[in-house]
Design a protein around this ligand. Structure first.
Ligand SMILES: C[S@@+](CC[C@H](N)C(=O)[O-])C[C@H]1O[C@@H](n2cnc3c(N)ncnc32)[C@H](O)[C@@H]1O
Length: 287
């Protein structure tokens, strides 16, 4: 399956990302065929590989897992009943629904996504989730993660799965996360990151951008942005084996990526899954 983004293109990257994820939400496919992040039929396979349990997956509305994840942020978040969770780039609501069961009826989950078709799909899923679980604690808001439609200091835990790499303004996203977290609030984000810079041929590919690779930045750059936003106690853990698995599954995007890498190198030499934990200081120093 192919789309407009499988060729190099001078188009606005944010517009391309929105358009391609809109197609995925409508069930129209993916950037270069079945691939994680870019979307594809390997949904359950990707989720199992990053540690989602069969019970968690069984409790999801049909179609919420589109194989778009690259980590398991709710697993590291240690969510507690009653907490308010924000899911940045919630897609069809995959992690939002898993979080909703963990925070229970006294908690709340807000999913934000900039793609109208994703929000529509997530809201339909929320209705199905309400009927199957009896929980009405998930809502989805249309918006950009660089300008979160969420009030200051209202969130206990910010989660996100394979999204921040897609943002052209990552430092701004981290500042927004810090703004909406309550003092003492936590971050649990999974994303793709770079172990070393990508060759230009990959960095400039719109297919690789939509596939969550071309927009990724170095692990150390991510750490700097987290700290610059005022978050503390950051822990960044790499998991390059996720990339090896995608390559093993002959994912078309990873095949294309391999072809553009220098001889003797493989995708996981450049790209890794990254788990990021951090907290907002409970007391602002100097306040
Ligand atoms: C790879 S998908 C991940 C979806 C979901 N987190 C999951 O794991 O199933 C990326 C999602 O982020 C959304 N997105 C990308 N950039 C965004 C931005 N700047 N603001 C809000 N949403 C964004 C896309 O519309 C898409 O739904």
């Amino acid at each position: 399956m192919s789309c407009g983004c499988d060729k190099e293109s001078p188009r606005d990257p944010r517009g391309v990302v929105r358009e391609e994820y809109g197609k995925i939400a409508r069930g129209g496919g993916s950037c270069s065929g079945p691939s994680s992040c870019c979307g594809g039929p390997a949904a359950g396979q990707v989720a199992a590989a990053v540690g989602y349990s069969p019970e968690e997956l069984a409790g999801l509305p049909a179609g919420a897992d589109m194989g778009l994840s690259c980590g398991n942020p709710t697993a590291m978040a240690s969510l507690r009943p009653g907490e308010v969770v924000l899911d940045l780039g919630a897609g069809g609501g995959f992690d939002a629904f898993i979080a909703a069961r963990k925070v229970g009826p006294s908690g709340r989950v807000i999913g934000v996504d900039m793609t109208p078709d994703m929000i529509e799909k997530a809201r339909r899923n929320a209705e199905a989730f309400r009927k199957s679980s009896g929980l009405a604690n998930v809502e989805f808001r249309l918006g950009e993660i660089e300008h979160l439609p969420v009030a200051d200091a209202t969130v206990d835990v910010a989660i996100s799965n394979c999204v921040i790499n897609l943002s052209p303004e990552k430092a701004q996203v981290w500042r927004e996360i810090a703004r909406v977290l309550k003092p003492g609030g936590r971050v649990s984000v999974s994303d793709l990151a770079l172990l070393r810079p990508l060759p230009d041929a990959v960095r400039e590919s719109m297919a690789a951008l939509v596939g969550c690779i071309a927009g990724a930045v170095l692990v150390d750059e991510t750490r700097e942005m987290v700290r610059a936003a005022g978050l503390v106690d950051e822990e960044l853990k790499t998991a390059p084996d996720y990339i090896d698995r995608m390559a093993e599954w002959s994912d078309p995007l990873y095949r294309e990526l391999s072809a553009k890498l220098p001889p003797g190198t493989k995708p996981s030499d450049f790209v890794t899954s990254l788990d990021i934990a951090a907290t907002k200081p409970a007391v602002v120093i100097g306040a």
